[in-house]
Design a protein around this ligand. Structure first.
Ligand code: FES
Length: 476
C-alpha cells in the first residue's frame, strides 16, 4: 500500500506509514446507503434497526464534513448526487425493488427518490441528491495533523508484535507499552496470544474479498461529478471527478473471495471493458486492488471483544464505517453509551444469518484439505518472470516466484495464520490465502491479515519437515 501523501510524521523513515493499510485503495464514496440494500436490511433486522444503521452512517458522514470544515482540511471533499441503478442483467422487477428502496428511504427521513433513468447508464435508479466523495489520504493526513495539534502522538514504523489483553500491554519491537484502552483498527483484528480462541472465533465470522479498481481519463464532456453503483452482486461502482477541468473516472468491482481466483489479470480486463463500454474514449491511467471484509449479516462489527475494542467488516463502506468506529471508540473510552452499541455488537446473533455463516466458513476446511494435495514437481528455475507457483521441494510445499528481472524467491507455502496453502495472484504479484484472505508480498511480508507473521524464507538446499496443522473443529 502506498504511503500517505504529504509531510512525514513522527517515526517516518520506513515503509509502514499512515494509510499504508487499505485506506489508500478506497474509491472513497462517503455514503449512508450501505452495501446491504435498505429493503434487505429491513427484512433481516426490522425497520427500526435498518433506520438506525443508516442514521449511524449519516452521522459519520456529517462528522467527516464538520471535521473538514473545522480543521480546514484540503481533501477535495465534494457534495455530489449519487445513483444506485439496476444492473444491466438484472431481473425485470429490479425497478420495483429500487422503487421500494426509495420509498423506505423517504419514509425513514432520507433524501432519496426513484427515477426511471439515471445519467450515463440510462438505467432505473434510486437518486440520492447529497452524498460525498473526497481524497482519502489527503483527508487522513489532515486529520493526523489536527490530532497532533491537540497533543496526539502518531508513531509510524511501529508495528505491534504482540498483544496481551490480561497484562494490558502491547509489544512493539523491543518496547512494551502499557495501555488503558486499545482500539484495534487493523482491517482485521489482531490475534494476540492471550485471546487466540476469541479472535479465532471472531475470524470465522469474517471473509476477505479482493476488489479491483481502475482510473481513466475521459474525453467526453461529462456532466456533473457524481457516484454510481449497480445492483449486481458483486456490484460495479464508479465516480466521476473533474481534475484540472478534465473528467476522470475511478471504477471498481469484480470482487471475489481473496485467494480463490486464478485469472486475476482477467478481472482488470473485465473492469476496463465495462468502463470502455460506458466511455469509449477512456484512456486508462492506473489499476490497483484492495480488500474488503464481509460479515455474516452484512453489518460491521464494532465494539469491545476479548479486551480489545475491535472495528472490522466494513464491506464496501469503509470510509463511513471507519469514521463511525472512531466516534464509537471515543464514546467508549469516555464511558458514554453509544446509541449504536447493540446494533454493531460483535456477539449479536441472528437466526436468519445461519446459512451465510455456514457458507463463508465451509471454505476453510475445504481449502485446508485441498492444501494437502497441492504442489507440483517443476523446478523453480523453470518459472517465467512474473510467474509464481506452489512447488514441491524435498517433499515440502514451497511458494516460488520470479520477479520481472528473473530474481527467484522461495518461501514456505503455509499461511502462518491457520495453516492453509497460499496461491499466486499474478496481477498483483502477491501470495493470497484462500482460507481467511491474508495476503503477502512476493517476498513474504504481510499485506493484509489476519496472518500476523510473514511467509518464512526457504533454503532450497535444506531438507525440511512440514508443520501439520490440526483440522479445524468448526461446529457451525
Ligand atoms: S488466512 Fe487463515 S489460514 Fe491463511
Amino acid at each position: 500500500m502506498a504511503a500517505c501523501q504529504g509531510g512525514p510524521l513522527r517515526g517516518a523513515g520506513g515503509k509502514e506509514k499512515l494509510c499504508a493499510g487499505q485506506t489508500h485503495c478506497t474509491t472513497a464514496h462517503i455514503s449512508y446507503p450501505t452495501d446491504e440494500r435498505l429493503h434487505s436490511l429491513v427484512k433481516t433486522f426490522g425497520r427500526d434497526h435498518a433506520e438506525a444503521v443508516w442514521d449511524a452512517c449519516k452521522s459519520a458522514a456529517d462528522h467527516i464534513r464538520r471535521t473538514v470544515c473545522q480543521e480546514e482540511i484540503d481533501c477535495e471533499l465534494t457534495h455530489v448526487p449519487a445513483y444506485l441503478y439496476a444492473a444491466s442483467d438484472a431481473e425485470k422487477d429490479e425497478a420495483d425493488s429500487l422503487r421500494e428502496d426509495a420509498r423506505l428511504a423517504t419514509e425513514t427521513g432520507f433524501d432519496a427518490r426513484f427515477i426511471p433513468q439515471c445519467p450515463i447508464t440510462q438505467q432505473p435508479a434510486v437518486h440520492f441528491s447529497n452524498l460525498m466523495k473526497f481524497h482519502p489520504t489527503k483527508y487522513v493526513r489532515g486529520l493526523a495533523q489536527a490530532a497532533q495539534k491537540l497533543g496526539a502522538q502518531i508513531h509510524e514504523d511501529s508495528e505491534v508484535w504482540e498483544f496481551d489483553a490480561e497484562k494490558r500491554t502491547v509489544r512493539c519491537g523491543r518496547h512494551h507499552i502499557s495501555y488503558q484502552q486499545v482500539f484495534i483498527a487493523t482491517h482485521v483484528p489482531l490475534q494476540g496470544a492471550a485471546s487466540m480462541l476469541s479472535s479465532t472465533l471472531l475470524q470465522t465470522k469474517l471473509a476477505g474479498y479482493t476488489t479491483y479498481a481502475v482510473e481513466a481519463e475521459l474525453a467526453e464532456e461529462i456532466v456533473p461529478e457524481a457516484l454510481w453503483w449497480d445492483t449486481a452482486d458483486p456490484y460495479f461502482y464508479f465516480r466521476i471527478d473533474k481534475v484540472d477541468g478534465r473528467a476522470r473516472i475511478i471504477a471498481g468491482g469484480e470482487d471475489h473471495k481473496t485467494g480463490q481466483e486464478e485469472d486475476t489479470d482477467g478481472k482488470y480486463a473485465a473492469l476496463e471493458q465495462r468502463v470502455q463500454k460506458l466511455f469509449p474514449s477512456a484512456r486508462f491511467l492506473r489499476r490497483w486492488s484492495g480488500q474488503v471484509i464481509e460479515t455474516v449479516d452484512g453489518l460491521p462489527y464494532i465494539g469491545e471483544y476479548a479486551g480489545q475494542f475491535v472495528a472490522t467488516g466494513f464491506s464496501g463502506t469503509g470510509m463511513t464505517f471507519g469514521t463511525l468506529s472512531g466516534i464509537m471508540f471515543a464514546e467508549h473510552a469516555q464511558g458514554i453509551a453509544s446509541p449504536w452499541k447493540d446494533l454493531f455488537r460483535i456477539e449479536r446473533k441472528e437466526l436468519s444469518s445461519t446459512w451465510s455463516y455456514l457458507k463463508e466458513n465451509k471454505d476453510y476446511p475445504y481449502y485446508l484439505t485441498k492444501s494437502l494435495f497441492m504442489g507440483n514437481n517443476r523446478q523453480p528455475e523453470e518459472l517465467a518472470p512474473g510467474e509464481g507457483a506452489i512447488l514441491r521441494l524435498h517433499g515440502k510445499k514451497v511458494a516460488a516466484s520470479k520477479d520481472k528481472d528473473g530474481k527467484l524467491t522461495l518461501l514456505s507455502a503455509i499461511c502462518p495464520h491457520m495453516g492453509c496453502v497460499v496461491g499466486w495472484n499474478h496481477a498483483d504479484q502477491t501470495w493470497d490465502c484462500p482460507c481467511h484472505g491474508s495476503t503477502f508480498t512476493a517476498q513474504g511480508k504481510v499485506v493484509n491479515g489476519p496472518a500476523e507473521a510473514p511467509l518464512e524464507p526457504v533454503d532450497p538446499n535444506k531438507q525440511a519437515t512440514e508443520h501439520v496443522w490440526p483440522a479445524p473443529a468448526l461446529g457451525m
